[in-house]
Design a protein around this ligand. Structure first.
Ligand code: DGL
Length: 286
């Protein structure tokens, strides 16, 4: 007698394979990139972060584009060696020096501040008549931001302004409300008097001064490229697992400071000293 041994055992349903949580790499001259990393982690607290702040060479704003490009390449290679899966550029001066093409050449997906903002602006229905681009000298000198903004807002008058005082004030050990307000007034008042209604933060440090800007100029609209970048990056990664734990944060600085620890704690809501290692990626250059 023959028996039919057809196998009717059904395999238990397998859960879909879980996507590994990506490690996002962010670099900047110092603490400005925390505004980028913070915007990403606010939306996706489960991703891992590796951060490099080149505080030893900060501020970047007065440096040449050639020097900034070299620093940026070294910083990106360092983040790759730390296991970065996705690059989020945390520095506009570096972004202006490398541009989107080169940023995409490191073998990982790269999100940059300028193109993320330009993409956001492409969809706005009522472009402003006058827009103030406030940034470091290097970013303004390169003309990169301005060219990209003009492409997407051809009817808007773009008014670029360099604010070299802002970064040293933000990175200072002792914060002075008076000095911060005076610097903000000096650089933004001429724009307001000229009829500007929208300010683009062309430096990732500057959103850290936004409370002072809002205090003096509450009617201005402030556009933060860090938010545009974070929205774009987060939209491109697999959704979070349910009840996913908080991701790991690793911070590196070539010269950690009280501003570095204090801002990291404020932005990430975690004690920062034990998350931070000192590491020199770019030897000090004048
Ligand atoms: N936060 C950087 C930027 O977005 C660099 C600022 C600086 O060090 O001057 O341009």
């Amino acid at each position: 007698m023959s028996t039919d041994h057809t196998n009717t055992i059904t395999e238990p349903a397998q859960p879909a394979p879980e996507q590994a949580v990506p490690t996002i790499g962010v670099f900047d001259s110092g603490i400005g990139g925390f505004t980028v990393a913070g915007a990403i982690l606010n939306r996706r607290p489960d991703v891992n972060l590796v951060y490099f702040g080149d505080t030893l060479n900060m501020p970047y704003g007065g440096r040449s584009l050639e020097q900034l490009a070299r620093f940026a390449r070294n910083s990106i290679e360092f983040l790759l060696a730390q296991g970065m899966d996705i690059l989020a550029v945390g520095c506009n001066a570096s972004n202006s020096a490398l541009g989107q093409g080169e940023l995409k050449s490191f073998g990982v997906p790269a999100y940059d501040l300028v193109s993320s903002t330009v993409e956001h602006l492409r969809s706005i229905t009522a472009p402003p008549a006058k827009l103030g681009l406030v940034a470091t000298q290097a970013a303004i000198r390169s003309g990169y931001w301005e060219r990209k903004l003009i492409e997407v807002l051809p009817e808007t008058q773009i008014i670029p302004v360099a604010a070299p005082e802002f970064v040293p004030l933000i990175e200072a050990a002792q914060q002075s409300d008076r000095a911060n307000l005076a610097a903000v007034e000096k650089h933004l008042k001429p724009l307001v008097d000229d009829g500007v209604t929208v300010i683009v933060h062309g430096c990732t440090h500057y959103p850290l001064l936004q409370p002072y800007m809002e205090q003096l100029f509450p009617d201005l609209a402030y556009l933060d490229p860090a938010v545009c970048l974070a929205e774009k990056l987060v939209g491109s990664i697999a959704p979070p697992r349910t009840a996913a734990p908080r991701g790991a944060i690793r911070l590196f600085s070539s010269l950690p400071s009280s501003a570095f620890y204090g801002t990291a704690e404020r932005v990430f809501g975690r004690p920062a000293r034990n998350l931070t290692k000192m590491y020199i990626v770019n030897p000090h250059e004048d």
